[in-house]
Design a protein around this ligand. Sequence first.
Ligand code: NI
Length: 137
Amino acid sequence: MPKVVRFGISLEKNLLGKFDRLIREKNYTNRSEAFRDLIREDLVKAEWKKNKEIVGAITLIYDHHKRELVNKLMDIQHDFGELIISSQHIHLDHNNCLEIIAVKGFSKEAQKLADSLKSVKGVKHGTLSLSTTGKDI
Ligand code: NI
């Protein structure tokens, strides 16, 4: 268990009121946990900016009837084989598929993969969720 350090923060009353309302809406039980999450969020963003080893998830929504599209998505994923640690394909309905691709590697590569997949014609929606290996935060 890492050593915990206590410190004070000075804030305008108005700003603190807004923060307290926000964290209540998000179901935080105390300010410390909310601050910890804000700090971690920024640290994860910094890891991504510095092209460090990261973890992330790409989600794609597309119509599987478009065979060319499916083949193209497959080709791109094979080009990034070492980056992809897992993927899941879910048949949402008769037309639409959801694909979730877990990645681990350098952030620039993950961004490149996500951009390549999202920009394929026929992909209806794509996201890249930024996360961390958890080693440094
Ligand atoms: Ni499907």
